[in-house]
Design a protein around this ligand. Structure first.
Ligand code: IPE
Ligand code: IPE
Ligand code: MG
Length: 248
């Protein structure tokens, strides 16, 4: 029996975010180099995207490359960028077939030109799709995102378009890369690491976190269902008491 049958479709998270971690360790276990792990990670991306869309999840955000990942050996960075260009190009047709829209968050201008162009093309070619939005976090870090939002807001204050007293949560949210998207209710991280690694610090303020020992290339549909089943077993209190939640 698939765990899919245990999922309550009326209580599905609208937005799920994933830190896809463990490709390097997976490759090492196979006696291969790290790039081999990244290549196999693509299969898990396919599985997860398909599972999320089939269930009816509206937004899926995947952390694919962080600002800090630029500090990896040049050879690995180059291979990741090549893999990205190739995968985005090769998957656009499938995204269209499945009615999935592609978006990206992060400092996209810092990507190599070929990668940036491929990405913009795929975003434009899938812009009309409505079933699910797949968001790739590329050259992304939350501190970078917050800083650029604060700079934009400061400029508006300087130009007298905005009063400091009028800055509220919505003002900041509108200046983040995720403007217009609901905050993720569930954040999954693979590979047994229990940290957030500069991912969506603002947006995850009230998300449920799910950690699994599985390395990303081993993470498949059933693992994704398991994370959702676990999420659905939790009581989300948002500062209230359990009694207040139950009596609702
Ligand atoms: C995640 O796997 C992929 C990226 C960060 C690009 P890692 O490459 O971090 O794999 P580990 O953590 O070294 O095993
Ligand atoms: C986080 O994974 C970034 C991505 C998954 C893209 P890392 O493997 O880079 O994170 P740290 O450095 O171990 O925290
Ligand atoms: Mg890692």
């Amino acid at each position: 029996m698939s765990l899919k049958e245990n999922i309550d479709l009326t209580k599905l998270p609208q937005h799920i975010a994933i830190i896809m971690d463990g490709n390097g360790r997976w490759a090492k276990q196979q006696g291969a180099d790290r790039i081999f792990g990244h290549q196999h990670g693509v299969g898990s991306v396919r599985d997860t995207v398909e599972a999320a869309a089939e269930l009816g999840v509206k937004y899926l955000t995947l952390y694919a490359f962080s600002t800090e990942n630029w500090n990896r050996p040049q050879e690995e960075v180059n291979a990741l960028m090549e893999l990205l260009v190739h995968t985005i190009g090769a998957e656009t047709a499938t995204l269209n077939k499945n009615n999935i829209r592609l978006q990206a968050i992060g400092d996209l201008k810092s990507l190599p030109g070929s990668c940036y162009n491929e990405l913009q093309e795929a975003i434009a070619n899938t812009a009309q799709n409505t079933r699910m939005t797949l968001v790739l976090a590329l050259s992304y870090s939350s501190k970078w995102e917050l800083l650029q939002a604060i700079q934009q807001i400061a400029e508006k204050v300087e130009n007298k378009q905005l009063l400091p007293a009028d800055i509220n949560e919505n003002t900041l949210a509108r200046h983040l890369c995720t403007a217009g998207m609901p905050d993720p209710e569930l954040m999954i991280r693979t590979s047994g690491e229990h940290r957030i690694s500069n991912f969506l610090l603002w947006q995850l303020a009230y998300a449920e976190f799910y950690f699994t020992e599985k390395l990303w290339p081993d993470f498949k549909k059933e693992d994704f269902y398991q994370a959702i089943v676990n999420y659905q077993s939790r009581e989300r209190r948002f500062g209230k008491t359990s009694e207040q939640i139950i009596s609702k």
